[in-house]
Design a protein around this ligand. Sequence first.
Ligand code: SAH
Length: 272
Amino acid sequence: MGRPRKRFGQHWLRDEQVLHEILAAANIEKRDRILEIGPGQGVLTKWLVSLAEAVVAVEIDWDLHRALKNQFEKAENFYLIQGDILELDVDDALLSQPEFQHPNKVVANIPYYITGPILEKLLGTIRHPNPRPYDSIVLLLQKEVAERLYAAPGSKTYGALSVRVQYLADCELICPVPAKAFKPPPKVDSAVIRLRPRPFPIPCQNPKLLDQLVKLGFAQKRKMLRNNLKSLIDRDRLNALLEAMALNPQARAEDLSVPSWITLSNQLSNIL
Ligand code: SAH
């Protein structure tokens, strides 16, 4: 096998403990059909293939694709696709493989340079949530992004990404992962997280407006919400809304929980 390719974000996981944390978090049952993104040299794949009903893996690197094909030649429950996960419609790719159905879980140590787009691919967006949501998504990703995903309101790392992702899924930290768990070690620390997509308990009447509010609200993080939103609603009306929601009129975007964002959006949707 050649050298790891930087441009594909290749860092091989070599820590058995982390591997087991990932597998335990995915809680794989015999009937699960797993999607793996970037199987690399197959450390995780090996386990997935032995535990699940089926594994579909997408690997961009032709050399790894060839090596994986050989390594898993005899595994009938394994289907490998060479391609870019961002360009690929996995369900379409499976149409020619009737024995492989839509995967219900995702388990992956993903390439960090496309973390945001991968999250969007798996979860969808506020406006267009993934119409075929996964039961769970367990990812190894860079710590700095992980922290933003499970951040609580008011914390340093809570921002637009936190609201967007938490609107679409419950998010938990499974464990931190030091850079030395990989070969070669990446420049950043990492973490394992688990996402469980679900409809948010408070229905949002106008997802387009919610999306716009979050975008504008966090555009300048240090500013008060009423300043960031002034193109949408005048200060007095917003103050009244915030007060009715038991929020300080001087609140910043980072002070609003996901339920507060939805409530604000629903209220505004009625008056705009
Ligand atoms: N899962 C392996 C490898 C992780 S490194 C392990 O834990 O050791 C990230 C992997 O994603 C590499 O194999 C890389 O080639 C692959 N990859 C990078 N960009 C990709 C893309 N756009 N689509 C699919 N796979 C990609």
